[in-house]
Design a protein around this ligand. Structure first.
Ligand code: ADP
Length: 475
C-alpha cells in the first residue's frame, strides 16, 4: 500500500518522465545542430576570404614579376595595387627577394630588413601556403614569385590579413542563432507538452472509466479514441462481461440451492401438518407419512452432501490425491458396488475391457464421477434395459464409455445437462432420488483430471457418455 502510494508521486508520472526525456533529447539535438550550423558558417566565411585573397595575390604576383620589382625596385602601379589590397583586407603585403630581403612593405615597417620565417622559406621552396591563425584571427599567405622566363623562384609575396570582421559577423550570427534557438525551444516545449498529453490522455480516460465501472455508474469501459488502447479496453470489457456472468451464475446458483433445500422441508411440513390436523389418524397413516418424511430427510441429506462435494471441487486449493491405479479392477469394483441397484431396476449391466490399463488418478474422486454416470444409466433406463460399460486406451489416454438404451435425452437439453440442478424430467429425477448435481460433479472431476466428457443421446433410444482421462496426470 505504502509502495503504491509512493508510485503515485510526480517522479512516477508517465507524462513527466516522457516530457523530461523528450526535452533532453530535443535540447541536445537543437544545441548540436546550432553548433554545427554556426561552425560551418564560420568555416565557409574563412574559406571564402582565403580564396579571395589567394586569387588576388596570384594576380599581384604576376604584376610584381612582370614589373621586375625584385631586381629594379617598386613601380607606382604595383605599389598602388598592393596598398589597395592591403586596405581592402585590413592587411599588409610584403615583397621579399630570394635572399630574404624585404623589398617592399605596405606598412613600411620591415622594408630593407631580412625576413626568412618558415612560411617565407616554404614559399622560396616553391610551396604556396595560406592558413588561418585562430589565435590572432588572421589569414597568412606566402606565395613564390616565379620568374617569367627563367621559371626560377625570384622572391616571395607575403600577405597577412586580419579577419576580425569575420569574428564580428559571427557575433551577429550567434545572436540570430540564439534567437532561433529560443524560438525552437519554446515551440518544442509546447509540442512536447501536447504530445505528452496526447499519449497520456487515453490512459487517464481508461482510469476514469474503470473508476466509473467500479462505482457502478457504468457497465463497461468507454472506448478511448486511440487504436493502441482499444485492445486493452476490449480485453477489460470481456473480463467484465465474464465477471458479470459469473455473478449472475452465482446468484442463480444460490437461488437454486435455496429452492432445492426448501422443497423437501416444505414436503415434510405438509406431511407433519396433515398428521397434526388429524389427531385420530390411524397408526398405519402415521407410519405411511413418517416413511415419506424419512425419504424427504434422505433427499435433503443427499442434496447437502452433493453440494458440499461440488463446493470442495470449486475450491481451487482442492488437490487431487493422485495414485497409480489398475483401472480394470478399479472399474470392476465400482460396477460390483452398483450391481444391486441395476438388479433392482431390472437392468442388465455388462463391462467390457479392451486392454489392461494403469493410470495416475484420484481413485475416490473419479469413482464418484463414474458412479454418477452408471447410476444415471440405470436410473433413466427402461425395464429390461442394459448398461454397457467399456474401457479402452491409447498411448496417451484411457476412455470409459457408459452406454444405455434408456429414455435418452432430447437434443435441446443436451448442452444443459451438466449445469447444476438441471434435470430433463424433474419428476423422474426426484422419484429416482436425483439432485440434479450428479453430472456437474462428474464434469468437475473429469476436468480436474485434465480430461473431457462427451454425451451422445437420442430421446427414446438411449444415451452414451464418453470420458477421456490422460494416463499420466500432469499439473
Ligand atoms: P440427477 O440427480 O437428476 O440425475 P444429473 O446431474 O446426474 O442429475 O443429471 C442431470 C439430468 O440429465 C438428469 O436429471 C436426467 O434428466 C439427465 N440424464 C443424465 N443421465 C442420463 C441418462 N443416462 N439417460 C437419460 N437422461 C439422463
Amino acid at each position: 500500500m505504502e509502495k503504491d502510494k509512493e508510485k503515485t508521486g510526480r517522479l512516477y508520472s508517465m507524462r513527466i518522465r516522457l516530457f523530461v526525456l523528450l526535452l533532453i533529447l530535443t535540447l541536445g539535438f537543437i544545441t548540436v545542430a546550432g553548433l554545427v550550423i554556426r561552425n560551418s558558417f564560420r568555416s565557409a566565411a574563412i574559406e571564402n576570404r582565403k580564396e579571395k585573397i589567394s586569387n588576388q595575390c596570384v594576380q599581384l604576383a604576376g604584376q610584381i614579376v612582370e614589373a621586375g620589382v625584385i631586381y629594379s625596385g617598386m613601380t607606382p602601379r604595383v605599389e598602388e595595387s598592393l596598398v589597395q589590397m592591403a586596405e581592402d583586407y585590413s592587411g599588409r603585403a610584403l615583397v621579399i627577394s630570394s635572399s630574404g630581403l624585404v623589398k617592399f612593405d605596405t606598412a613600411s615597417v620591415d622594408t630593407s630588413k631580412y625576413l626568412l620565417d618558415t612560411r617565407v622559406l616554404q614559399a622560396l621552396n616553391g610551396k604556396k601556403n595560406i592558413e588561418w591563425n585562430n589565435t590572432n584571427e588572421n589569414i597568412l599567405l606566402a606565395m613564390p614569385l616565379v620568374g617569367s622566363n627563367s621559371g626560377e623562384i625570384i622572391g616571395v609575396l607575403a600577405f597577412s590579413s586580419s579577419a576580425a570582421d569575420i569574428g564580428a559577423l559571427m557575433g551577429k550570427t550567434n545572436n540570430v542563432i540564439l534567437s532561433v534557438y529560443i524560438i525552437m525551444i519554446v515551440t518544442a516545449i509546447a509540442a512536447i507538452l501536447l504530445l505528452c498529453n496526447m499519449v497520456v490522455r487515453p490512459f487517464k480516460q481508461m482510469g476514469d472509466s474503470i473508476r466509473k465501472v467500479g462505482s457502478g455508474l457504468q457497465t463497461g469501459m468507454d472506448q478511448p479514441r486511440c487504436k493502441e488502447t482499444t485492445e486493452i479496453v476490449s480485453a477489460f470489457n470481456v473480463l467484465l462481461d465474464h465477471m458479470n456472468q459469473q455473478d449472475q451464475l452465482r446468484a442463480q446458483f444460490v437461488s437454486n440451492v435455496s429452492h432445492e433445500l426448501k422443497t423437501p422441508i416444505t414436503s415434510m411440513r405438509v406431511l407433519a401438518d396433515s398428521l397434526l390436523s388429524m389427531p385420530d389418524a390411524p397408526i398405519e397413516l402415521y407410519q405411511d407419512f413418517m416413511k415419506d418424511i424419512s425419504s424427504e430427510i434422505d433427499r435433503e441429506a443427499k442434496i447437502i452432501s452433493d453440494l458440499l462435494e461440488l463446493v470442495k471441487m470449486d475450491n481451487s486449493a482442492e488437490k487431487l490425491n493422485i495414485q497409480t491405479v489398475a483401472i480394470n479392477d478399479w472399474l470392476k469394483d465400482i460396477l460390483h458396488r452398483l450391481a444391486p441397484i441395476a438388479k433392482k431396476q431390472n437392468v442388465d449391466m455388462v463391462m467390457e475391457s479392451f486392454r489392461d490399463v494403469t493410470a495416475g488418478i484420484d481413485p475416490s474422486k473419479l469413482s464418484l464421477a463414474v458412479s454418477n454416470l452408471v447410476e444415471n444409466a440405470v436410473k433413466y433406463n427402461v425395464d429390461k434395459g442394459y448398461v454397457h460399460v467399456s474401457l479402452n486406451a491409447d498411448h496417451k489416454d484411457f476412455f470409459i464409455k457408459v452406454e444405455d438404451n434408456g429414455v435418452g435425452i432430447p437434443e435441446s437439453d443436451l448442452d444443459k445437462i451438466f449445469d447444476r440442478f438441471y434435470r430433463v424430467d424433474k419428476a423422474r429425477s426426484r422419484d429416482a432420488g436425483g439432485t440434479g448435481l450428479g453430472l456437474a460433479i462428474t464434469k468437475s472431476v473429469v476436468q480436474m483430471h485434465k480430461g473431457d466428457i462427451k454425451v451422445y443421446s437420442k430421446a427414446g433410444e438411449g444415451t452414451t457418455f464418453s470420458v477421456r482421462i490422460p494416463l499420466q496426470y500432469k499439473e
